[in-house]
Each structure stands twice: as structure tokens, then as C-alpha cells.
Design a protein around this ligand. Structure first.
Ligand SMILES: Nc1ncnc2c1ncn2[C@@H]1O[C@H](COP(=O)(O)OP(=O)(O)OP(=O)(O)O)[C@@H](O)[C@H]1O
Length: 452
């Protein structure tokens, strides 16, 4: 399926691969996520060529995820494996065996794909993953985000050029500025073919509808995206700074905000800071929606002492500050088997390191929780209220637990997918909740290295 290409464009694709390799802190093995479509096959070939021409300390491996959604998917994965074998590139195929319900199919397939790719990277010994998202993918993402923009969106940052998956491996996107026609031209020049996924033309999916409607020049969208990404990174740096200066978190459960900043949400970065804290304390994976944010802003603007609940979080306003803690309602009860981990209430990752099952419930007896925050200077009434939603561990059946589980805050906002432009604020949230910094990307990053 050869396609038209500009004169120098094929070399531009290899040049993009070369430039990408030159951004690494140290040479490493890169796992290329190859679907068999033109973009990812082009990325694999361009990296392979760039490595052969001057970057020999790098190596490649590849992985294809067979989602099992189309009859041809297994044979396509096999063809990719053969293509890799011909170039001495180790290749893994991973099958998605999860539940495939019609609603949210693409989102479920996406999350499963990234986790399978992360597992494959670990198995192959690769230090990062690359995907071949293009300038067209970027333009589509911007349009889709525009249509559902959340209150946290400063400008229209599109897809990040890097994303940490599962807290363990970075997915980088070296072709975000490359056009599909150029990648296809490059493949044609090298005499290579590719598969066209028919679901890329299925109007059931939002991305496909957007693509079909998008007549925008992707080059100008790319420029706008780069400016927006820069704005988003600066916003993230500022949010990090605001959180560090004005917020304290006690026992991973109560946040105190300086009284001076308790009444105002008009600054978009400060609003993001408060809404992010709300998501973490409320155990949610997304920021509260527009309406909740507006209700909260109205409450804070009143400037009076009192309480309101938003996004499962109580906002308790007193002269000494604004206190945030999880409301004591709808707290789940779970049992964690020996040597297993589970996320409780979206807020805590609990590891049962003992030999017996552990039951987890909310705030039945929180005396232990109460002692420390009071000693740290929190008002007693706040501690008592917050204690009601703290996790309490017990033995299933009679008696006392012989070993306590390990507990850390689960940051649903970032633990599965952390876009690179939010790394600084994610790190300051992690620090507030007593967690280590997130894994740093393997490539140089001027902004985070300067300020973070
Ligand atoms: N089945 C697959 N196996 C391996 N890699 C894949 C697969 N599907 C997609 N990819 C990788 O992801 C890139 C983007 O693919 P595509 O646009 O189809 O995914 P997407 O669902 O839109 O991605 P995202 O959800 O991350 O925006 C591909 O260029 C390829 O690198």
C-alpha cells in the first residue's frame, strides 16, 4: 500500500528517530509497541536504522498486543513477529484475555494494552516503551479533549510525549510531530507493507468520528499543541510549588490548607491544586467535574466557617485553616488474602504481608489514628471526624491480627497513567502523602531537571 510523500520526508522520519535517541540519559533497550499498522512499523524500522547508523549502544525489542477483537489479529501479530525475526529484534506477543464488553471497549483495551506492554518490557529487560502516535493522533486528541474539557485543563495540552504507566515504565512517543503520510512514504521507500486496522474506520468510536471530521492542518495543530504542552508543564510546576508552600497532609488522611488561601479558587493553578487533593483524599481517579468545582468555589468564596462535601471529601473551614478529609459514608469492607495487595476505597494500597486473611473496614475503632494528628497540632474535632473514614484492620473471625498490613496512599490520578507534563505536581502530591517520587523519565527534560 504505498503512499505519497514529500521529497525529504522519508529521511525526516529517520532523523526524528535519531534525535529521539540523542535525548536519552544513557543508552538502553527500548521496547517498541508494534501493532503492525504503518505508524508503529515505521517507528520500529526508523529506530532500527538510526541505531545501525551511530547509536549502536541502544538495542530494540518489540511487542504486539493481540486484543482478540478481530479474526485477523493473531495472524497480524505473527507477521510482526516474522518481520522482527528477519532483523534480529526479539519480539513478544501478548494476548488480552479480559472481559470485552461493548461499553468502554476502547478505554478497557487501552488500559489492558499498556499494562501488558509494561509486563512485556519487564520481561524483555527494556528500560522504556515507545509508541508511534503521530501528529494526526495528536490533533484528534486535542479536538476530543476540547469537547469534554475538565476544570483542570490549562490550555489544550494534547497527548503527552511521555507517560509513566503503572508507576513502573515510561512510554515515550517520538513521532508526535511526524505525519502519517511521511511515515508511509518512508516504508514505501524501504519496500515495506503494513496492515490497515478496519476499526480505524469504524464510526462507532469517537476518535474515528473526530478523525473523519478533522480537516484542520495537522502542522498548525502541532504548533498549538507544543505551546499548550509547555503551558501545562509550567502550570504543573506552579501547582507543585503551591502545594509545597500552602498544604500539609496528616496521616495520609487530612489536608490542611493555609487560611490565607482557603477562600479563593480563581487562580487556575490553585484550583487544580485543591481539586487534585480532593481526588486523592476522595479516592477518585479523576478530578471532580465542573459542577462540583463550581459548588466548592462558591462555598469557599463565602468566607465563613462551616462544612460542605464535594467529591466524597469534607471541606471543613475554620479560623485555623481549611481541612479536607474523606466523608465517612459508603466505606467498603474487603478481605485481603495472605500475600495479596488490594486498593481499599480508592485511597490506600494495602499489602497483606501476613499468613492470614485481613479484613479492612472504615473507622470502627480509630483511637490509634487519632493520637498522632492531635499531637501534630490538628484540632481534635477534625481528627475525630477524619478518623471515622480511616481504614481499620482486623482478623477474619476471632482474635487479633498477628501482623499488620503495609499501607500506602494510592494516587489514582497518576498511579496508572502519569503524563510527563504533570510529573512535578505528581511528585509534590506523592511527597505530601509520604510516598517516594515517581520514576524519572529516561530522557533529558529541561524543565523538570531545572526546577524539580
Ligand atoms: N495491538 C497493539 N500492539 C502493540 N502496540 C500497539 C497496539 N495498538 C496500538 N499500539 C501502539 O500504540 C500506538 C497508537 O495506536 P492507536 O492510535 O491505535 O492507539 P490509541 O488507542 O489511539 O492509543 P492511546 O489510547 O494511547 O491514545 C501505535 O502506533 C502502537 O505503537
Amino acid at each position: 500500500m504505498p503512499a505519497e510523500a514529500d521529497g525529504d520526508a522519508p529521511l525526516a522520519v529517520v532523523e526524528a528517530a535519531r534525535q529521539f535517541l540523542s535525548t536519552f540519559k544513557t543508552p538502553c533497550m527500548i521496547l517498541v509497541a508494534v501493532s503492525g499498522g504503518s505508524d508503529s512499523k515505521g517507528l520500529l524500522l526508523a529506530l532500527h536504522e538510526a541505531i545501525a547508523r551511530g547509536f549502536s549502544a541502544f538495542s530494540l525489542s518489540a511487542c504486539t498486543v493481540d486484543h482478540g477483537l478481530r479474526p485477523e489479529s493473531a495472524s497480524e501479530a505473527h507477521a510482526v513477529a516474522q518481520f522482527c525475526a528477519g532483523r534480529n529484534i526479539p519480539h513478544l506477543t501478548r494476548r488480552w484475555l479480559g472481559e470485552k464488553s461493548a461499553t468502554g471497549l476502547q478505554a478497557a483495551a487501552r488500559e489492558a494494552r499498556y499494562v501488558l506492554l509494561a509486563d512485556a518490557a519487564e520481561e524483555a529487560g527494556a528500560q522504556c516503551i515507545v509508541t508511534a502516535h503521530t501528529a494526526e493522533d495528536q490533533a484528534e486528541t486535542v479536538v476530543m479533549r476540547q469537547s469534554r474539557s475538565r476544570p483542570d485543563a490549562p490550555g489544550l495540552a494534547g497527548m503527552a510525549d511521555g507517560m509513566l504507566v503503572d508507576r513502573r515504565v515510561w512510554v515515550l512517543r517520538p513521532f508526535l510531530n511526524q505525519r502519517r503520510a511521511d511515515i508511509r512514504g518512508y516504508l514505501a521507500l524501504r519496500g515495506e507493507e503494513w496492515f490497515d486496522d478496519p476499526s480505524n474506520a469504524n464510526p462507532r468510536f469517537e476518535r474515528v468520528r473526530v478523525r473523519q471530521a478533522l480537516h484542520d492542518d495537522t502542522r498548525s495543530t502541532t504548533d498549538r499543541f507544543m505551546a499548550a504542552t509547555e503551558a501545562r508543564r509550567r502550570s504543573s510546576a506552579r501547582v507543585a510549588d503551591l502545594l509545597e508552600r500552602h498544604v500539609a497532609v496528616f496521616e495520609r488522611s487530612v489536608a490542611r490548607i493555609d487560611p490565607a488561601l482557603a477562600g479563593d479558587m480563581s487562580d487556575p493553578d490553585w484550583r487544580r491544586a485543591i481539586l487534585s487533593l480532593t481526588a486523592v483524599l476522595g479516592g477518585r481517579r479523576h478530578l471532580p467535574g465542573r459542577e462540583t468545582a463550581a459548588r466548592l468555589a462558591a462555598f469557599l468564596a463565602e468566607g465563613r466557617d462551616g462544612r460542605m462535601t464535594a467529591g466524597r471529601v469534607v471541606f471543613d473551614r475554620r479560623r485555623s485553616g481549611l481541612y479536607l478529609y474523606r466523608e465517612a459514608r459508603n466505606l467498603p469492607e474487603i478481605v485481603i488474602r495472605p500475600r495479596q495487595k488490594a486498593i481499599w476505597d480508592g485511597r490506600f494500597l494495602i499489602s497483606n504481608i501476613g499468613q492470614e486473611p485481613v479484613a479492612v473496614a472504615g473507622g470502627v475503632d480509630a483511637r490509634e489514628f487519632a493520637a498522632r494528628p492531635i499531637a501534630a497540632g490538628l484540632p481534635e474535632a477534625i481528627v475525630k471526624r477524619a478518623a471515622k473514614s480511616a481504614p481499620v484492620f482486623s482478623k477474619v473471625g476471632q482474635g487479633a491480627l498477628s501482623s499488620k498490613p503495609l499501607v500506602e496512599t494510592s494516587i489514582g490520578l497518576y498511579d496508572t497513567f502519569l503524563p510527563r507534563f504533570d510529573l512535578m505536581m505528581a511528585n509534590s502530591i506523592a511527597a505530601l502523602f509520604g510516598r517516594d517520587r515517581y520514576l524519572a523519565p529516561p530522557v533529558h527534560d529541561v524543565l523538570t531537571e531545572k526546577t524539580g
